[in-house]
Design a protein around this ligand. Structure first.
Ligand code: TRP
Length: 454
């Protein structure tokens, strides 16, 4: 049997661990999903609630997963089983995480395919031909995303790309590449922010994002904030358990989690600053939904005119694709490591099986935007259903199991020992951490989970 350490890359340094976790956390969730969810649920008020969840609960969940991963040195199912040898049932919490990864990757492939397709459209100048005609741009997105062949073709290409990287075992390459490209992504986002902020009427967008109007906040918005916090930090699906097992023993888990959480949040807010002023300036609705960055940004790029617009648009969609790729790789890695461990099979067989299954599921998700949009589950399309599974049904359940396990099943001394690196760090925050995992987080997760049904 292969252990998780053999089947995936182990991080050579603390920086490597942080960069890889940031690469996994920073993805479509920050740049594509955060702005549209934030726009949909009221802007500033949503942002405030989101920040509370991210730092109050999300970061604590990340630390909890790191503790379980580093303490056990295993992938999720084995990690739970090995930390509670007498109560093997806990490993199903790990399985739940794996199932969550499976659904997330399917949705991820669809959006990544859109990104890839837009990258090509930007290069060949097709996006530029639409100028700042917001109706034409929205129509183009709607026709494209609901069509049958093209989105499936591009998600297939993206899936293949992800698989090739995994099969070549060039994670070190990817790790090194993302160390370079993540900063480039930030620089590009900052440039975009500058461009967006200098558009006429940009201040309205900033106001929308930063001045909270609590009358716009709904209970559903609060739920969505919690879901988005977990999705963006990649917690509640066991991936951080796997990463935790690679974190060097001398690392301060609190500081590592803080860095990851802060970087992730910073990039999400940057994306908001790049998008909202442009939305208002172009006279579009901030509540535009999943198409927000695909319908709004092209118009911003086109406003730069000519070659500049084409360069910015191509680079943006390329980098968005790369951010998506590093996240997709870690998802596929977690899934195939688990399959290798479970079936004791070969790594490439496991990877191909999963990619094939993901391709089928992702195609159904994609087609549910178009030809199969009349096919509803619980009154919504399959795309929206998977989105809900990924954000408000599965991760809270998995995270709930994780914190209950850590707070009530694992001996408190072990948890403290791991957080304090065997007593060498003070970990003065421990009482607060313990209070959150014992009471606050389970309560919040339970509320999210139960109310998601109403
Ligand atoms: N955090 C990623 C994003 O913001 C999405 C994601 C959720 C993810 N869970 C994951 C990525 C697990 C990698 C592994 O886009």
């Amino acid at each position: 049997m292969q252990s998780s350490k053999q089947s995936t890359n182990s991080f050579s340094s603390s920086l490597g661990a942080i960069m890889a976790a940031v690469g996994s956390a920073v993805g479509l969730g920050n740049i594509w999903r955060f702005p549209y969810i934030c726009g949909k649920y009221g802007g500033g008020a949503f942002l405030l609630v989101y920040l509370c969840f991210v730092f109050g609960i999300g970061m604590v969940l990340m630390m909890s997963e790191f503790v379980i991963g580093r303490r056990s040195g295993h992938t999720p199912m084995k990690a739970f089983a090995s930390l509670s040898p007498k109560r093997k049932g806990w490993r199903y919490i790990g399985l739940l995480g794996i199932i969550t990864c499976f659904f997330i990757l399917s949705q991820y492939l669809v959006i990544s395919g859109w990104t890839l397709s837009y990258f090509f459209d930007a290069i060949i100048g097709r996006l530029a031909t639409m100028g700042q005609d917001s109706v034409a741009i929205s129509d183009y997105f709607n026709i494209f995303s609901t069509s049958t062949v093209r989105p499936v073709l591009f998600l297939g290409i993206f899936a293949l790309l992800t698989a090739v990287v995994i099969l070549c075992g060039v994670q070190k390459g990817i790790e090194a590449v993302s160390k370079v490209l993540m900063p480039v992504l930030v620089v590009l986002l900052v440039l975009l922010c500058v461009r967006s902020l200098t558009l006429p009427g940009a201040s309205k967008g900033l106001e929308y994002l930063f001045s909270p109007d609590f009358s716009k906040l709904t209970a559903e918005g609060v739920l969505a904030a919690m879901g988005q916090a977990m999705f963006s930090l990649s917690v509640g699906m066991g991936v951080m358990i796997v990463y935790g097992s690679y974190i060097p023993v001398s690392d301060n888990l609190f500081r590592t989690s803080m860095w990851i959480t802060a970087s992730d949040t910073f990039i999400a807010i940057l994306a908001g600053v790049a998008i909202f002023p442009a939305v208002f300036s172009c006279g579009m609705e901030p509540t535009g939904g999943p198409g927000l960055s695909f319908c709004v940004l092209p118009s911003v790029f086109n406003s730069m005119g000519g070659v500049m617009g084409t360069i910015f648009a191509s680079m943006f969609f390329l980098l968005l694709g790369i951010a998506a790729l590093t996240s997709a790789i870690s998802l596929l890695e977690a899934l195939s490591a688990w399959l290798v461990e479970t079936l004791r099979g070969r790594r490439w067989t496991a990877t191909l099986l999963i990619v094939l299954a993901e391709f089928v599921l992702a195609s159904v998700v994609s087609l549910s935007n178009g030809v199969w949009s009349h096919f509803h589950i619980t009154g919504i399309t399959f795309f929206d259903f998977v989105d809900k599974l990924n954000s408000i049904y599965l991760p809270p359940l998995c995270a709930f199991g994780t914190v209950i396990f850590e707070a009530w099943v694992m001996p408190s001394a072990d948890v403290r020992d791991e957080l304090s690196n065997h007593g060498t760090l003070r970990a003065a925050y421990y009482p607060a951490f313990r209070f959150i995992i014992r009471w606050l987080a389970p309560l919040a997760l339970l509320v999210v989970f139960v109310s998601s049904f109403f």
